[in-house]
Ligand binder design. Sequence first.
Ligand code: CTP
Length: 393
Amino acid sequence: MLRGRRVVLGVSGGVAAYKAAYLARRLVEAGAEVRAIMTPSSRHFIGPHTFTAITGTPAITDLFSGVSPHTELARWGEVIVIAPATAATIGRCANGISSNVLAATVLASDRPLVVAPAMHTEMWEHPATQRNIETLAADGVTIVGPGSGDLAGGDSGIGRLVEPEEIVAAVEHVLAAGRDLAGLSMIVTAGGTREPIDPVRYVGNHSSGKMGFAIAGAAARRGAAVTLVSTVPYLADEPGVDVVEVDTAGEMARAVWGRAAESDVVVMAAAVADFRPVNPADHKIKRSRDGIPTVEFEATEDVLAGVVAMEERPIVVGFAAEAGDLEDAERKAKDKGVDLLVANDIARPGSGFGSDTNEVTVIDADGSSESWELMPKDEVADKLLDRIRDLNA
Ligand code: CTP
């Protein structure tokens, strides 16, 4: 369950900080990638090298090291778990006070947060701490513990850090939420293909790959195993996305067809060339020597049709870039035999190539269509994945 998942472990300054080392070890043993961040006070209790050695990555101790450690870690992690969380750290997190590297990372992150408090009973029961805990809970933060038992300095009562196993279980629970596509294997294509004329020139199109990237990233975050077949480099470094880089329609066809039988879903978001130059030149065509060339075209492989024609085929989602003709898209959905066709009008403002938003009409195999308002491509991706999940049910 934790295999390959990215966990940021925040350690703040309490005696229980030594237990955070054990927690780091349990997370690593469960297959998680762990990166530790330590508050300045935590270093009175445990050294950073302990976490560096256990996690295999240098523990972060300073907000002013590197370019921007807090935003970098916030983007990297799928979850942040703070154990032990002192009253001061809880106060910072509840009130958005980014005065050290851990609190700044929490403020820079939109990912789930798990907090395991540890402090003396008086501090835990203080109205200020209770207010802060209520604020965190209202923000959707998962609070684990504290438990009761022996505390520092020979005291006992409520305020003890819960055992690492309980914290691991909370992290697993948080990471499992929203993973409604777990077990689904999906191919997503993205970008425009490039068909060579000679070694330096090609016939291409304006597709940026953004829609396919949004679908691949959202599907992976929801638990699907994604193979992204792309003509554009995918820089997001998202866990759960395997990238296969291709250039031409032929390469894309081979990459998709070779994997389609083992996939549950194929989403053809790429703008695949319909024609390619016949016999591309093996040398750069020279104006001075060769004059103006005549380029002859031939049909490319129809990647989507090849998948639809498979005997036991995955769910197939096609895309259609239209210029204002919904009827044409409805006909296309039928003719192509896809389960869903996502039509967008590239002429509309906010919907063209390279845009971060899209306004689409989704047509199903029965020909019934649903038009969605203009929204960010990430939201289009999630809504489309809801439809795909329902088709797969
Ligand atoms: N597609 C494909 N292989 C191709 C061309 C297109 O798999 N050689 C896929 C695209 O990825 C897209 C869908 O087919 O999901 C629709 O592409 P589109 O170019 O709109 O369809 P065409 O049948 O080429 O329609 P048109 O007649 O408008 O060109």
